[in-house]
Ligand binder design. Sequence first.
Ligand code: DX5
Ligand code: ZN
Length: 217
Amino acid sequence: MSNSAIKVAPSILASDFSRLGEEIQAVTDAGADWLHIDVMDGMYTSNITIGIPVVASLRAHCTIPMDVHLMIEDPGRYVKDFADAGADIITFHPEAARHPHRVLTAIKDAGCKAGLVLSPGIPEDDIEYLVDGVDLVLIMTVNPGFGGQAFIPEMLRKIQNVRAMIGDRDVEVDGGIDDRTAPAVIEAGGNILVAGSYVFKSPSYLEAIETLKNSAP
Ligand code: DX5
Ligand code: ZN
């Protein structure tokens, strides 16, 4: 995987929510490729974060693709709303949907890129019959719910397996990504790195994003 193929998607969960527009401008200026937006409903996750009106108001401030990660029960209910709000990419957890194939179709029909997310306890085999229609797979390397958690190294094997499953499509990795964990993630086959704390808690967003992009071992 060449360095130029590595994309960084800062997760705004770790940003200063009182200055969200400025934060987005700052990471965009620092070279962010996608903006990762974590939507949590207090049901699939214990935490509650961002909803449709916030995504809609961010659209005007955001010149890079908005990558909306739905950590919600029954995600199909809200696909159209998030697409209308300006999402470019919508990913969801298949076990939170009764009919995940139908949700994938709804995301595509709404004009967005579609992706499945694998929580740490969900094996890649669960998506064997769903991956044909996906643009990307997101592998979580922490449990959904919060930023700032420790990377789970057992997920590296899952990243390798998903890379083998989906060829040259995007393999996004989310949770505990920093300068120490990124090299192994890239080596395993990840090419889109989501990073919340590492970028937004860094004194230089530019340096943090550059470091991740150049962390191929
Ligand atoms: C966790 C979220 C992540 C989170 C990552 O449920 O999906 O996107 O913001 O945060 P860090 O990079 O701090 O682990
Ligand atoms: Zn996320």
